[in-house]
Write a protein that binds this ligand. Sequence first.
Ligand code: NAP
Ligand code: ZN
Ligand code: ZN
Length: 347
Amino acid sequence: MKSLGYAAHDKTSPLVPYTFERREPRPSDVVVEIDFCGICHSDIHQVRDEWGGSLYPMVPGHEIVGRVTAIGSAVTRFKLGDLAGVGVLVDSCRTCANCKAGMEPYCERGMVGTYNARDYNGDMAFGGYANNIVCDERYTHTISPKLNLAAVAPLLCAGITTYSPLRHWNVGPNKKVGVVGLGGLGHMGLKFAHSFGAHVVQFTTSESKIADAKNLGADEVVISKDTAAMAKHKGTFDFILDCVSAPHDINAYLSLLRLDGTMCLVGLPDQPVSISPFSIITNRRSFAGSMIGGMPETQEMLDYCAEKNIVSEIELTSIDKLNEAYERVLKSDVKYRFVIDMSSLKA
Ligand code: NAP
Ligand code: ZN
Ligand code: ZN
């Protein structure tokens, strides 16, 4: 199948239009014509090879929503014209204990990423900055028509990546929860933690985001550079979700956890993290990580969002403005997720 998208050809050049081939749909595949695709900071890390091992040409994009335009003969969950979403992975072994438990990101064979990856046949996987995608229905999600479709797109990565750890660590009423960084992930973490009934403190480096954080559900906002404001919260948090994309001091947040509190990293800066042993020995604290979320939980999150009317705060952009959008993400200057209107690709 012919596809048109935007690709990076190396780690320093801007993304440019690119035509490529996708596989012919297999019996269990759906073909999705893409209406919108979010811009995740992981796209930028990978385009610029900040984690190492990037594969080019790279068509990024893993916050994909659109309409089903073709289905294979064995497809049961979709029909032509249905809304559909594809997130960060498009395949996994399906047979290991983690896959069977619906924990596909932790597949023992290694999941197949939506882009910057090779599938199990060795073919390159291309992502959602494109007019279409072919995906097995097991890795495709149903989308409610109730919500603004463009604002649903970021749920496929930013949404599930924050929903999953907040659920896993039982965030809810009578819990004091911190969210670090008010970006694409952070603002979804804030919305979910608030929706689950926790007392939420948003940490930010950006004074310009204080009012927004309160409107999005923060009970308190702390400017993380203000050491006196940070010290007031020492030893009080049950859970902290760190959504920051760049290196920063983890110990400053660990010291805010109460007895048996947990800090979970979802942000993926390109440098190792330094932790003082005293930061975790004190108060028997845990330092953890979490990666996206499994297929059943992703569908659960999408259904929860439809029920509670939760979507991402977005700035719609056209695909020719992609490289400028990247620069603004790097300056933490997006409120709070860029989403590409894919009709601009046809234009
Ligand atoms: P983003 O929209 O750029 O948000 C990152 C936020 O971090 C910024 O808005 C900013 O918030 C804060 N920040 C940026 N630079 C900082 C610095 N030098 N010091 C302190 N704070 C800083 O990025 P995103 O799309 O939410 O992604 C966040 C991270 O999560 C990325 O590293 C991404 O690769 C990773 N990620 C991980 C998973 C997973 O499965 N674990 C999934 C998706 C993404 P303030 O302005 O409020 O300070
Ligand atoms: Zn992402
Ligand atoms: Zn597996």
